[in-house]
Design a protein around this ligand. Structure first.
Ligand code: NAP
Length: 255
């Protein structure tokens, strides 16, 4: 029986779709109990089936990560359903596209509200539970564009850079309480967030080629490629890993 996450209890924001949904399925398969917190009901059919058939292992809580009370409710749902909380995967995100001169202040604020404030709120409200549990693992999904920038991604790259350094600050502040905090930096992964950018582009073929060209291998990764990194950082195998930036990008940052 696989059991890398036996006795772990996790909240996964953005867990209804893409990378978060893949992480939720792998976490349950590896023995964890999971709260999926998202704006929308799970899109992923296998995940939706799991939620309806196994409430002792996984539940859905509707949550806008930028709203403080809703984050508190998602965190409390984990503690009350499964008795504790020791793992957070902050995965909810929005694309935040456009160059600085072309985007509005509202667009900037909305991008930061989800991608940066949402990550902060999950850390803030998880910490008391992790201290009570004797430790924990905070896994924040940044981006390759949290390390380097990409054209037309001004607000997104800024918000993902904030996630990278916020994760390190938390690692330093809570190392004495056994809480680890790390960021993951995916390359181009085939999920709805990118599929929507491509399908809404004026020239969809050019947009698809632009994303493929980012990757040295010429194609996207799968959500599971990132989800396995989440499993590792949540597990005790990563007990000495904190303040790290785990790049899983098919070589995007290698050139
Ligand atoms: P995804 O399939 O679109 O998943 C993101 C999920 O977050 C969606 O279910 C989305 O719901 C939800 N969400 C958005 N705003 C929210 C909010 N305010 N509160 C709660 N949930 C919210 O995309 P993904 O690729 O798995 O993205 C996961 C993370 O990976 C994001 O942080 C993204 O920036 C990061 N990332 C992705 C890639 C990539 O190439 N896919 C690369 C680097 C980093 P709605 O669909 O209703 O908005």
């Amino acid at each position: 029986m696989p059991s890398r996450l036996q006795n772990k209890v996790a909240v996964i924001s953005g867990g209804a779709s893409g990378i978060g949904a893949a992480a939720a399925r792998l976490f349950v398969a590896e023995g964890a109990c999971v709260i999926v917190a998202d704006l929308q009901e799970p899109l992923d059919r296998k995940l939706a089936d799991l939620i309806s058939t196994d409430p002792d292992k996984i539940r859905f809580v509707k949550c806008d990560v930028s709203i403080e009370d809703e984050v508190v409710a998602a965190i409390e749902a984990a503690a009350s359903a499964f008795g504790k909380l020791d793992t957070v995967v902050a995965c909810a995100g929005v694309p935040g596209m456009g160059a600085a001169g072309d985007i509005s202040a509202e667009h900037w604020d909305k991008t930061f509200a989800v991608n940066a404030r949402g990550v902060f709120l999950f850390t803030k409200y998880a910490i008391p539970h992790m201290i009570k549990a004797g430790g924990g693992s905070i896994i924040n999904i940044s981006s390759a564009f949290g390390i380097v920038a990409g054209p037309q991604f001004a607000a997104y790259a800024a918000s993902k850079g904030a996630v990278r350094n916020f994760s390190k600050a938390t690692a330093l502040d809570y190392i004495g309480q056994g809480i680890r905090s790390n960021s993951i930096h995916p390359g181009y992964i085939d999920t709805p967030i990118v599929q929507n950018i491509i399908s809404n582009a004026e020239d969809t073929d050019a947009a698809q080629s632009m994303f493929n060209a980012l990757q040295p291998g010429g194609h996207a990764g799968a959500p599971e490629d990132i989800a396995w990194g989440c499993v590792y950082l949540a597990s005790d195998e990563a007990r000495f890993v904190t303040g790290a930036e785990l790049v899983i990008d098919g070589g995007l940052l290698a050139r």
